[in-house]
Design a protein around this ligand. Structure first.
Ligand SMILES: NC(=O)c1ccc[n+]([C@@H]2O[C@H](COP(=O)([O-])OP(=O)(O)OC[C@H]3O[C@@H](n4cnc5c(N)ncnc54)[C@H](O)[C@@H]3O)[C@@H](O)[C@H]2O)c1
Length: 428
């Protein structure tokens, strides 16, 4: 029987001093969540293995004026300094390994850190994206070490993050938060926490529903992005501008959601999360062929662009000076993880092109771009004048019409650069 007597009745507590929270993993998800929990009155300690993540989190928090009633916010790399907090949020990466298989090692390690410190009656909430069954399987196993029982001695929930990077208007408070738990006591305990931190909590009947809903959201996006990227080629062959087609279809008031063409979905979620769903679907004997096709089409998208560029140069890219303008995985963010323009750059180099990159949002030269020359601006200054420019990421404010004037050829996977009289602009 769940021991609800262990539940601190947060509803009866004053607005400040609501208890302690540890956020494990201070990346794109953990950083803003820690800030929001502190702004909601919780005493928050962030924990990350990477000292740079701690420095970045502290800098981000310093740059944000504390909300009225905000509580203490600190960060550390030392697990020995973590308090026995009542609430633990697990926000660590869930990538794919070198063979493309889901890698939950960071979640397991983060939970072990949590288990070592969490007091009896505490809550561990998985925020990272995981496969169905991770909460009731891996998470439960770690928490129940040494005879504890979830729902009686410790509480467990899953609330997958749905953040939209680059969208300042939709922070952790405003996006409805799915919440699933293995038992009623855990759900109640988790709800008491999240009701303080977000405007709308959406409880669901099981952890697996929350896990699958998150994976469905990103699978839906992956499949539709792969579809429009392929149809973009079909529409171009028919001489029809894809963006005009999507804009026209979008006037239908029901049954259609617009997706726009590009160089393929990148980042740490859309090309990755569906593989977590596929892994479990396969294990259950019900894999999705459509999902396999979408994953493969998305992976192949930069290669298809590369082949089209090579075709425009008569089949050989050897010695061609090609500039990729914009290299992040989506507009207006500085994140290079899984970025399709970076894959294209490496492809261009492998084919012998003298490829370089330019991106106003990328200040330092991170590992993904190691060995690739950087141009100071899209005209190629600081580098040899380009023979072709590829629009890699259409950041807001980029002068797209200006790009078309800077090189004899401009390749545009988005259908955004206005065509010119000389026919320099090619759809990719
Ligand atoms: N970034 C997004 O937009 C986004 C959106 C929705 C969901 N998610 C999901 O949220 C989770 C976190 O993503 P992210 O983008 O914040 O990742 P991230 O890589 O930006 O940050 C994760 C942080 O966790 C740290 N870390 C790794 N192992 C650790 C451990 N054992 N203990 C403490 N810290 C550890 C890393 O050093 C890193 O700083 C992933 O599951 C991701 O799929 C991300």
């Amino acid at each position: 029987m769940p021991d609800t007597a262990l539940l601190p009745d947060l509803a009866l507590l004053p607005a400040a001093g609501l208890g302690r929270v540890v956020v494990v993993g201070l990346g794109y998800v953990g950083r803003p969540l820690a800030l929001e929990a502190a702004a909601s009155g919780f005493d928050v300690t962030g924990f990350d293995l990477d000292p740079m993540a701690v420095v970045a989190a502290e800098a981000a928090w310093r740059a944000t004026p504390p909300a009225p009633g905000a509580a203490r916010l600190a960060a550390t790399v030392d697990p020995g300094c973590l308090p026995a907090a009542e609430t633990w949020l697990i926000c660590v990466p869930t990538p794919l390994d070198a063979d493309g298989r889901p890698d939950l090692s960071a979640v397991a390690a983060a939970l072990a850190t949590c288990r070592a410190q969490i007091p009896r009656g505490g809550l561990a909430c998985l925020v990272s994206t995981c496969q169905p069954g991770a909460t009731n399987g891996l998470c439960r196993r770690v928490l129940e070490r040494d005879g504890w029982q979830v729902g009686r001695d410790v509480f467990l929930a899953v609330s997958p993050e749905r953040e939209n990077p680059g969208d300042a208007a939709l922070g952790p408070r405003r996006i409805p938060r799915l919440l699933g738990a293995p038992d009623d006591a855990s759900l109640l305990r988790a709800r008491r926490f999240w009701d303080r931190v977000t405007d709308r909590v959406v409880p669901v009947a099981s952890p697996e529903i929350a896990e699958c809903a998150k994976l469905l959201e990103n699978t839906y996006r992956l499949v539709n992005i792969a579809l429009i990227d392929e149809l973009h080629r079909s529409f171009a062959a028919l001489g029809v501008p894809t963006r005009a087609v999507v804009a026209a279809a979008s006037t239908k008031p029901f049954g259609f959601a617009p997706f726009w063409p590009g160089l393929g979905a990148g980042g740490h979620c859309i090309p990755v999360d569906p593989a977590y769903l596929q892994m479990e679907a396969r294990r259950a004997g019900a894999p999705s062929a459509l999902l396999d096709a979408a994953l493969a089409a998305n992976r192949a998208r930069p290669g298809r662009a590369l082949a089209a560029i090579a075709g425009a140069f008569g089949g050989s890219l050897a010695g061609r000076r090609i500039l990729v303008a914009g290299v992040t995985y989506k507009p207006d963010v500085a994140d290079l993880r899984g970025a399709a323009p970076v894959a294209l750059l490496h492809g261009l180099r492998a084919c012998g092109a003298e490829a370089a990159w330019w991106d106003p949002l990328v200040e330092e030269c991170p590992g993904e771009l190691a060995g690739l020359p950087r141009a100071d601006d899209p005209s190629g200054q600081g580098w040899a004048a380009p023979e072709a420019i590829v629009l890699g990421t259409p950041h807001r404010g980029l002068d797209l019409a200006g790009l078309a004037r800077l090189a004899p050829m401009v390749f545009d996977p988005f259908g955004l650069v206005p065509p010119d009289a000389e026919g320099r602009v090619r759809v990719l």
